[in-house]
Design a protein around this ligand. Structure first.
Ligand SMILES: N[C@@H](CCC(=O)N[C@@H](CS)C(=O)NCC(=O)O)C(=O)O
Length: 200
């Protein structure tokens, strides 16, 4: 039995969605970011954290890929060229998509007011729009970024797309909007969303 530590409205949602994809049993400990009790397991007091047995894994991307590797689902095997391309999409999601969202969030409500920079959010949105153009080109007419198989970067991109929409950023019409709708219409996404709503 896994324990997902972190309020489901945070990136902990990714881990919950992943566990729904895997059909693995889990419980959620909805600890808020920066709760002092996190310091013992994560010096940055960030969430999510996955408790697996007596071990703790921190960082949502590391957790999701670990679970994919462990259960051999939603991933190509390490050391294959397919895995290299898959990881490239994961890094694209983290570097180009999530970083714009997270930096914008920091300059909206995370950083102390005196450190927030006016215009930072506009610059982030510009970068996000550029990333969406690149996603459109890399995705082409494929069902998922790696083709017919739903993999880790699809889950991460699907999560980021919802985050962007909640900030009123636009997902471009066409292959990207159709892709996002496809990813977010998975029954596992609906089940994870129900968990989030129940714990809100
Ligand atoms: N790269 C980390 C980032 C985790 C992260 O920043 N989590 C947010 C909540 S979604 C948090 O705990 N923020 C608290 C803070 O920045 O102090 C991951 O993907 O897990």
């Amino acid at each position: 039995m896994y324990t997902v530590i972190g309020a489901p409205k945070t990136r902990a949602f990714r881990v919950i969605w992943m566990l729904e994809e895997l059909g693995q049993p889990y419980t959620v400990d909805p600890t808020a970011p920066r709760d002092p009790k996190l310091a013992e397991i994560n010096p940055s007091k960030k969430v999510p954290v996955l408790k697996d047995g007596s071990d703790y894994v921190i960082d949502s991307v590391a957790i999701v890929q670990y679970l994919a590797d462990k259960h051999q689902m939603l991933t190509h095997k390490a050391g294959t060229i397919a895995r290299a391309h898959q990881d490239s999409f994961t890094q694209f999601c983290v570097d180009d998509v999530e970083s714009s969202l997270w930096t914008a969030a920091k300059h909206t409500f995370v950083l102390p007011a005196e450190l927030r920079v006016e215009g930072a959010k506009t610059a982030c949105q510009h970068d996000f729009n550029k990333a969406m153009e690149h996603l459109a080109l890399r995705l082409g007419s494929k069902t998922y970024v790696m083709g017919e198989m739903f993999t880790v970067p699809d889950l991460l991109l699907g999560h980021c797309a919802g985050w962007a929409t909640s900030m009123n950023w636009t997902i471009p019409e066409g292959n990207v909007s159709a892709y996002v709708a496809r990813v977010r219409s998975r029954p596992t996404f609906a089940r994870a969303t129900a968990v989030r709503e129940k714990m809100a």
